[in-house]
Design a binder for this molecule. Structure first.
Ligand code: MEV
Length: 312
């Protein structure tokens, strides 16, 4: 007899425009990164072990009855509660992910969404996308403190989205495919820290930060219109402007700025940091013809990885 197993995956993500300001109610645009995934498999566990979660890439094994405050265990417990399951029996969950942690690519949200979906499938649940996203949001709160909700949304719906806290996910159609190069500084930078720094800076000087967030919102509106009409040069200009605004917010850093400059020198239409900032990843908007050249320039400028991704 073969052992029953179910598995579910969720993609990484990048924020094209609007990170940080989205926490303060402004719009942002995010797209899934189909080249990077978190995958969770559920199978029966050894008798008497309860629920065990093995996070292979980070070398951790968690027991639901001991590691009760770990975000992975809390995700499992919240999902079981939402499904009305009090005793799931002995389960073994393995998590495998090629999305770098603390790098702005939505690793925490992807692991949460894949975990929720795998448990839902194992228990023959009927969770909708809205349910999955809401559960993953609860995990994002543990990781980030005050998340906007954009990461769990784009990872759950797995399509380009415009997101605002007030309206949630809005339908969004690309006028033409986009080619991005995602360059990694290799520096881990937890989103919780940069989001906290921006909050403190906003509290110290609300007028300045509200003006910066308004300028980001304008840039997002221009970028959205550019994406919808398939105008890559105009989107590139919006990305360049957004990077300057993020620098002014204090969330860029020398390594990110060096990669952004290298991408632009190599002919990118625009480039910016992506996600929480300080370290983590940046993105460059390119044409299919110069994607390889920009990726090579990023590696030469110190990127630990340069991933080419087509967004459709
Ligand atoms: C993180 O991917 C994006 C931030 O705007 C935080 C958030 O929206 O929760 C920095």
């Amino acid at each position: 007899m073969t052992t029953r197993r179910v598995q579910a995956s969720a993609p990484g993500k990048v924020i094209l425009l609007g990170e940080h300001a989205v926490v303060y109610g402004r719009p942002a645009i995010a797209v899934p990164l189909s080249g990077l995934h978190a995958t969770v498999m559920v199978m029966p566990g050894a008798a008497g072990t309860g629920v065990v979660v093995e996070a292979r890439d980070v070398g951790r094994t968690l027991r639901a009855n001991q590691d009760t405050s770990d975000p992975l265990v809390v995700t499992v417990q919240n999902t079981l509660a939402r499904l009305g399951v009090t005793d799931p029996g002995d389960l073994y969950l393995t998590i495998a992910s090629d999305i770098p942690v603390a790098s702005g690519l939505g690793s925490g949200a992807a692991v949460a969404v894949a975990t929720i979906r795998a448990l839902n499938a194992w228990l023959d649940g009927h969770l909708t996308d809205a349910d999955v996203s809401a559960l993953a949001y609860e995990t994002e709160v543990l990781h980030h403190g005050t998340p906007s909700g954009i990461d769990n949304s784009v990872v759950t719906y797995e399509q380009p989205i415009v997101f605002t806290k007030a309206r949630g996910v809005e339908p969004f159609v690309l006028g033409a495919p986009l080619t991005l190069v995602v360059g990694d500084t290799g520096i881990a930078s937890p989103t919780r820290e940069t989001v906290g720094d921006v909050r403190r800076a906003w509290q110290a000087d609300p007028a300045r930060y509200e003006a910066l967030f308004d300028a980001v919102a304008e840039t997002v509106r221009a970028g959205r219109a550019a994406i919808e009409r398939g105008d890559a040069p105009a989107l590139g200009a919006a990305m360049r402007r957004d990077h300057v605004l993020l620098q002014e917010m204090g969330v860029s850093g020398p390594e990110l700025d060096a990669l952004v400059a290298a991408a632009e020198r190599a002919g990118a239409l625009g480039a910016k940091l992506a996600g929480g900032g300080r370290g983590g990843n940046m993105i460059a908007l390119v044409t299919p013809a110069n994607a390889l050249g920009v990726a090579a320039a990023l590696r030469q400028a110190g990127a630990t990885r340069a991933l080419i991704s087509q967004i459709v």
